[in-house]
Design a protein around this ligand. Structure first.
Ligand SMILES: Cc1cc2nc3c(=O)[nH]c(=O)nc-3n(C[C@H](O)[C@H](O)[C@H](O)COP(=O)(O)OP(=O)(O)OC[C@H]3O[C@@H](n4cnc5c(N)ncnc54)[C@H](O)[C@@H]3O)c2cc1C
Length: 384
């Protein structure tokens, strides 16, 4: 029997597990379908991601007392975003302070920081069932190993945390009414050598393709191109159309090494913290809609929502007897209050959205050259 079971060992789940493992006497389980305890060997599920660490995420890593080993970093480090309005054939460059990293290595680095003495990890296990036993007031979590090579496992826990990303099984099973706008994220990875003339993180817009955006960036010896397109029929067709459109901007997207598809959530930040199951079930990270609706930057939101839940649990331990009804009520009220700034941040990002995504407003902003970098004209691919 566990005090807390965390489904998902991505940035949100690993961060929460790392912090909770420091609390004496808590018995924690962390489950992830990826084998996060060992290096990725080219097989199995990987998290589709641009792997850019934004300043807010960098700050939170510092707050946790962590640093990044050089193995996690990717080349090149990029200092600007090339923004392209495909419809108006307009482009601008803006300064940005991201860290370019290898997302799989990053997640495995985070998972390695979970203190194995105080947290049991079920890596390589997919959660397939979740049930709340009303009588005993415990969650039963069923999981099976990759390729069903091991016996299925069922664990029991007093509290359950869904840190299992955009397609969260915890959200679907326990909070089916909680819905967010869904985008299909299609991403392909190419040999960098074909796109050497594009040494930027680029964001590309075309209202015919999506009301969100497409992106590209170099990563080590590869080049990533992807787009977030409203979920529904025709998404793949639109993605292919987009690939045709960008040819004129120097892209060579003929033979991908790998294709990835997933979901990105877009939220308003106004969603209530779902209540139920005796205040014992929570969603953090993208599972709970914590992601920027303007840039899809989600790592800092994953960290920060996890930190808020950790702080809520710690505070509740001082406020009420451990494992009592009052203890769980305190966790709920603390978390509800503590995530307000994060939810306000999402609302503020929503206010920023029209300047990035409303075609006329975006055109005026780009045309004004406000905050744009003036590239040095030279012969070759870098200047304008
Ligand atoms: C294409 C793309 C590019 C992106 N680029 C960036 C970027 O550059 N920078 C940035 O900050 N954000 C980016 N984001 C957003 C960011 O990836 C997410 O918001 C962030 O990863 C959320 O972290 P999380 O821990 O909440 O969820 P996730 O990172 O999705 O982690 C969820 C974990 O749960 C596990 N899991 C899921 N279901 C189950 C199950 N049933 N059983 C067991 N385990 C399960 C998964 O294996 C995974 O490890 C991008 C998103 C996409 C789709």
């Amino acid at each position: 029997m566990y005090d807390i079971a965390i489904v998902g060992g991505g940035p949100a789940g690993s961060c929460l597990a790392m912090l909770l493992a420091s609390v004496k006497g808590l018995k924690i389980a962390v489950i992830d379908k990826r084998e996060l305890q060992k290096p990725y060997e080219g097989e199995g599920y990987i998290k589709s991601c641009g792997g850019l660490l934004a300043p807010d995420a960098q700050k939170t890593i510092s707050r946790m007392g962590l640093d990044l080993p050089k193995e996690v970093l990717a080349t090149p480090q990029i200092f600007c975003v090339r923004t392209i309005d495909l419809k108006r054939n307009l482009e601008r460059f803006y300064q940005r302070f991201y860290i370019n990293m290898d997302r799989e290595k990053f997640d495995r680095f985070l998972a390695s920081k979970i203190d194995a003495e105080n947290a049991e990890t079920f890596f390589g296990y997919t959660v397939s069932g979740i049930r709340y036993n009303e009588k005993e007031k415990v969650f039963c979590v069923s999981m099976r190993s990759r390729g069903n090579t091991k016996e299925p496992v069922i664990i029991r826990a007093n509290m359950l945390v869904g840190a299992d990303g955009a397609m969260s099984i915890v959200r679907r099973k326990l909070f089916p009414k909680l819905k967010f706008k869904e985008y299909v994220s299609l991403q392909e990875v190419f040999h960098q050598e074909h796109n050497n003339n594009l040494p930027y993180f680029s964001s590309l817009f075309h209202p015919k393709i999506t009301d969100y955006y497409a992106w590209s960036l170099p990563k080590d010896d590869t080049f990533i191109f992807g787009a977030a397109i409203p979920a529904g029929k025709g998404a793949i067709k639109k993605y292919e159309e987009l690939k045709e459109m960008v040819k004129d901007f120097g892209y060579d997207l003929k033979t991908p090494l790998r294709k990835e598809g997933t979901v990105i959530l877009r939220t308003t930040g106004l969603t209530q913290i779902p209540k139920g199951y005796d205040d014992k079930a929570y969603l953090i990270g993208e599972a709970g809609g914590y992601i920027s609706p303007s840039s899809a930057e989600g790592i800092s939101y994953a960290f920060n929502s996890a930190i808020k839940l950790y702080e809520s649990i710690r505070k509740a331990r001082e406020e009420a007897p451990f494992d009592s009804k009052a203890y769980y009520q305190k966790i709920h009220s603390n978390f509800k209050r503590k995530v307000v700034p994060l939810r306000c941040k999402i609302v503020l990002k929503c206010l920023k959205k029209p300047f990035m995504y409303q075609p006329t407003l975006r055109y005026l902003v780009m045309k004004s050259k406000l905050k744009a970098i003036h590239m040095i004209e030279k012969e070759g691919p870098y200047g304008l």
